[in-house]
Design a protein around this ligand. Sequence first.
Ligand SMILES: [Zn+2]
Length: 498
Amino acid sequence: MNGTPGRDAETSGEGPAPGNRAAGAGLPRPGSPGEGTGAAETVIENVAIAPVVGPEIARGYIHVRDGRIVALGAGQAPVAPGATRVDGAGCLATPGLVNTHHHLYQWASQGVAQDATLFEWLTALYKVWAAMDAEVVKGAATAALGWLALSGCTTTTDHHYIFPKGRGDLFAAEIEAARDVGMRFHPCRGSMDRGASQGGLPPDEVVEGLEEILAATAEAIDAYHDPSPGSMLRVAVAPCSPFSVSAELMTEAAALARAKGVRLHTHLCETVDEEEHCLAQMGCTPVDYMEKLGWLGPDVWVAHAVHLHDRDIGRFAATGTGSAHCPSSNGRLGAGIARVSEMLRAGAVVGLGVDGSASSELTPLAGEMRQALLFQRARYGPAALTARQALEIGTLGGARCLGRQDEIGSLEPGKLADIVLWRVGGFAAAIDDPVCALVFGATPPVARVLVGGRTVVADGELRTVPQDAAGEAGAAAHRRLLGLAAARGVSVAQELRP
Ligand SMILES: [Zn+2]
């Protein structure tokens, strides 16, 4: 695609005001959060479109009204009096990216245990995380969600599984942060009930009791889960992993989720250590174990799925069990490379995730498309994953993991207006194929991120919350967490050094 990589101008349908066509004209400025970000009707024009479903468009338009896409096509945009018009010249429009796995609170504990395996890393961090409170979670989540939005993410999950007693409402804190940032949010009420005294990995002080977990999880669903069309918030049930959760909790959690009509999420097959733990303690592989517990199915997606046996890939595909592929985290912890291209060939559902920031520091979701592509090619050869497949798992694949493929994950009339405009002009314009420019190299700058038609990012800056304050909230959460840990006698220096 060609075109001037100008900053996208925005004008009203009445035509440009004199002198108001400059870069970012008419956009709310940082420091005035929320102002003018919720236009009811928007027309994006002169834009290349990779809709993921349907043919790509070299130059066309997307018409958005009341939070949904009403039309898109090639050529001239329709006349829409009163609509906000966004000039997408030099940009590629894609569906908003969907992040299928995260631990937002980990923003507060990045950069530690740098050379550790998963089990070493967890053991170093559990006691620090035990000190967190709602203020830590709010600050960490604000920074992590802002960071995600800046890399083109419009829907994210979060897997929160540590709830220290007497430290405020941690689940409410992250939901408040997601509302502030304007992200479509799928928080997963996590849990652990199998501490070290029961043969689990985590220390007993960070686990909860079974009844307590089930009651709190049901309460979270009743309080926050919104099943309505266009929902900005859906809750999932998410016991942490086979090595930190009892079989009874896994079974009861699945029953609760299915009774409430919500989805199930957990970690699975992340490392060889996990497989050995399952073989030693459960007498079977992790996927065999989950199958016995009723945890394979179209309402389940798991994080990682790195160490799948051949028969596991078939079972994932046959049951519709989804996987959140988190290549940077898997690389950082030396966990291995998931068999994504084989899974896709088998028809399994695969989405992308950044995983918690403590095991994939500052990872932008858009970069995971490239990381996934490179990992697959390094393992299987250059035809293993195309740029378009990488984009598809980052969007529609993620939507399928969350059961929202009818609403998000592609640009089609009737779908929610979760849209990203990437600047693929300038240096990137030397590549004719804008999807290649998006996936193969450094991620192009983000011109605009819309969530339900509302502008969350414009010209590479957050517009819903002040960007600098969001970054500082994350740093303050980090300092607070270390202080709280020190006050509990956790030797931070000892725990946090690699
Ligand atoms: Zn994780």
